[in-house]
Design a protein around this ligand. Structure first.
Ligand code: SF4
Length: 374
């Protein structure tokens, strides 16, 4: 089947805005960001141009997500300029607006300003409630700043507050991870994203691991930590709806991220931002200056563009579907039927009608599951 024969998804698209600035670099991070805060105004000018360019062909967004980098270091004034400039994109009333924040930047002014601008959700990059762990990760805040950020977000009227946590730290025991989750729950978030610490090439963490200065948990230990956290949150009544994502109730799932996992189109603006329109995927130039220069020439600042044919889309549906509770259609599975039988018998998948859904054990091996049916 040719790409153009496929029906375009009709669900409203999501809008992602990449804010590529950080005050300092964390030891494990491979995200596209720069410590050149003096480029923030150049970035804002580029954003205005990219909005104008994309508003010619995209509109009707029902989720907006400001991620990074560190969106909170824009400050209120730049945030106002950015949000006002998004008007041509036709963001629908009732859209979900998420702002990623670093605990250190969570001033009352920023959080109240964000509320007034229409943000209804904050995602706090807390990562840990243990000061030693935060120092190891090169975070610029301590655990008390995370507590204060949640407190201030609630004071400012945010009812939907997500907190990021990182586990599988060197020497971390299941008991330590359990206590971290307990401490996080006491702060009253409505959503938790629990990410396993992974070694990204080129990071200070990768160098430390290569040189033997840091030893991370092995496969069995990581598996135990994942299960301990998931079981603890489930026992507390939380909804484990994606490998790393937990919501206090299903209504509090991250609407924007759900679009990525369900293969719904999204537009990414800003350096290195990724976009997907149902058939094509592209990502922007990662250099802030080159991205801005190309937009100044009224040129789309695309670095790479891919066309996804029906087979590539199927494989992506498998990869994404096995990572979240939405599962995948049985019709997308290839290979001998015995593979499905084995995955069902091993408790990795459950079948309901014409879809299969990953169990918690399935989440643990989500990528391997997709390969079994590729
Ligand atoms: S983890 Fe976040 S705050 Fe740290 S360097 Fe990466 S993008 Fe910046």
């Amino acid at each position: 089947m040719l790409t153009q024969d496929l029906e375009r998804p009709k669900t409203p698209p999501g809008l992602y805005i990449h804010v590529p600035f950080c005050v300092s670099r964390c030891s494990y991070c491979a995200f596209s960001s720069s410590t050149r805060l003096d480029l923030r105004d150049l970035w804002l000018e580029g954003m205005a141009r990219e909005v104008e360019l994309r508003a010619r062909t995209w509109d009707g967004f029902d989720t907006v997500y400001l991620g990074g980098g560190t969106p909170s270091i824009l400050g209120v004034e730049r945030l106002v300029r950015l949000v006002r400039g998004l008007e041509p994109l036709g963001i629908v009333p009732g859209a979900s607006w998420t702002l990623e924040v670093n605990p250190d930047d969570c001033s009352r002014e920023l959080l109240w300003g964000a509320r007034v601008l229409g943000f209804d959700r904050v995602s706090i990059g807390g990562q840990s409630l243990d000061d030693r762990a935060l120092r190891f990760m090169g975070r610029r805040h301590d655990a008390s700043a995370v507590e204060q950020a949640l407190h201030r977000a609630r004071e400012a009227g945010f009812e939907d507050i997500s907190l990021d946590l990182i586990y599988a730290l060197p020497g971390q025991s299941p008991g330590h991870w359990r206590r971290q989750i307990e401490a996080a729950l006491r702060l009253g978030p409505t959503h938790l994203s629990c990410y396993e610490l992974t070694v990204e090439p080129g990071t200070p963490l990768a160098t430390a691991v290569d040189q033997g200065r840091v030893v991370l948990p092995d496969d069995d230990q990581r598996r135990d930590l994942f299960l301990v956290g998931a079981e603890q949150l489930e026992a507390a009544g939380w909804d484990h709806y994606e490998v790393s994502s937990f919501a206090r109730t299903a209504a509090l799932r991250a609407r924007h991220n759900m679009k990525y996992w369900a293969h719904v189109p999204y537009l990414g603006l800003g350096p290195a931002a990724h976009s997907f329109d149902g058939f094509f995927r592209w990502w922007n130039d990662g250099s802030i200056r080159q991205w801005a220069d190309r937009l100044a020439r009224d040129e789309a600042p695309i670095e790479v563009e891919e066309t996804l044919d029906a087979e590539a889309l199927r494989l992506e549906r498998l990869t994404l579907g096995f990572r979240q509770v939405g599962g995948v259609p049985v019709a997308d599975l290839r290979g001998p039927p015995v593979h499905l039988r084995a995955a069902l018998d091993d408790g990795l998948l459950v079948r309901r009608g014409e879809r299969v859904f990953p169990t918690r054990l399935g989440f643990l091996v989500a990528d391997g599951l997709a390969l079994r049916f590729a």
